[in-house]
Design a protein around this ligand. Structure first.
Ligand code: G3I
Length: 318
């Protein structure tokens, strides 16, 4: 049977969907998630710092383990997301004296990466280090305490804990060429030249039709690959200002197609993950009021036949 995953696999890639713990009790939802369309999943929240270490040195893996168990039961591999991010950080981290942040960061990464060793094939080690203008996100407690050295230290700590996982840096609005992508490119180039153990760059792919398609996406992915790293589309969704109409749907389908084709055209693009598969559980309406309809299945868990067909075609299917 032809699925998004089977087509991606025929092209040497995976096709995945994010998921989250509350959804795993929705049996109509899990029937599709585990039904063969997806060969990979990413936990949307379960492995973040506020879930895994809500108070200092007290670790909780229940949610992450539940996602792993679902994935293993349905033949899906898992991207770990994320070891270090300025969001969804419990308050105690920001309250630490600066001199204690590095040890807390290393302790967190070591514990979490050790727990999930052998169960995730990749980690988003550092998530969203840049502002949109390409400057560093200097309000991050890690940046505040350590400067940019926190990034190299996080990768070295993750490698020591799980030598087999592919270690990624991941960000949004870096999909196309521009100041933010240039900043990421220069960072990755520097990390590679310093021998920092980084294996990949994640391009989140949170797109919106009203803002246009990213500039030269394929060439952008390729220049990163040429640095000697894998690349992946890690959180793809294409939102629109509601309501849907035929014109917006057509534009959206073109964006999905362009992303899939860009990945397939870059040898080191290892796979594509959509940020959940259904509008029922999309993060978008809660953050961008009046926007949504970003995913290939609608809020009733019905496949959007035309969009789905466009993705199939882009993956080389019929
Ligand atoms: O867990 C609490 C719960 O206790 C509380 O009752 C409830 C009330 O609002 O909130 C729950 O936390 C929510 C959490 O998801 C877990 O469901 C947060 O409010 C909500 O903000 C959070 O949203 C997540 C968001 O990251 C936070 O930044 C989304 O589900 C998740 O999809 C989204 O994912 C991010 C990626 O990690 C990084 N890239 C961008 C992407 C989209 O924002």
């Amino acid at each position: 049977e032809q699925t998004l995953q089977s087509l991606a696999a025929a092209a040497g890639r995976y096709f995945g969907s994010a998921t989250d713990n509350p959804e795993l009790t929705d049996t109509a939802y899990t029937a599709v998630l585990g039904g063969g369309e997806f060969g990979q999943t990413t936990p949307g929240n379960a492995m973040k710092w506020d879930s895994t270490e809500p108070s200092q040195n007290s670790f909780s893996y229940t949610k992450g383990d539940a996602v792993i168990a679902f994935a293993q039961a349905h033949g899906m591999k898992v991207r770990g997301h994320t070891l270090l991010w300025h969001n969804q950080l419990p308050g105690w981290v920001a309250q630490l004296p600066a001199a204690q942040v590095q040890a807390a960061m290393e302790n967190h990464i070591t514990n979490v990466a050790t727990h999930f060793k052998g169960k995730v094939f990749a980690w988003d080690v550092v998530n969203e280090p840049f502002n949109d203008d390409g400057t560093y996100r200097s309000t991050s407690p890690f940046y505040t305490a350590m400067g940019i050295d926190y990034i190299a230290d996080a990768f070295r700590t993750a490698r020591a804990a799980d030598p087999d996982a592919k270690l990624y840096i991941n960000d949004y609005n870096t999909d196309g060429q521009g100041a933010k992508a240039d900043a990421m490119y220069n960072l990755v180039k520097t990390l590679k030249s310093q021998g920092v153990p980084i294996d990949g760059v994640g391009f989140q792919g949170h797109l919106a039709i009203q803002y246009g398609f990213p500039t030269n996406m394929q060439a952008n992915l390729q220049r990163f690959a040429d640095l000697g790293v894998d690349v992946a589309i890690t959180e793809l969704d294409v939102r629109m200002v509601l309501p849907r109409d035929a014109t917006k749907d057509a534009t959206q389908a073109t964006y999905y197609s362009n992303v899939v084709k860009a990945c397939l055209a870059v040898t080191r693009c290892v796979g594509i993950t959509i940020w959940d598969y259904t509008d029922k559980y999309s993060w978008i309406p809660g953050v961008f009021s009046g926007e949504g309809a970003a995913l290939p299945w609608d809020e009733n868990l019905q496949k959007k036949t035309s969009l789905y067909g466009t993705i199939v075609t882009a993956l080389g299917g019929t």
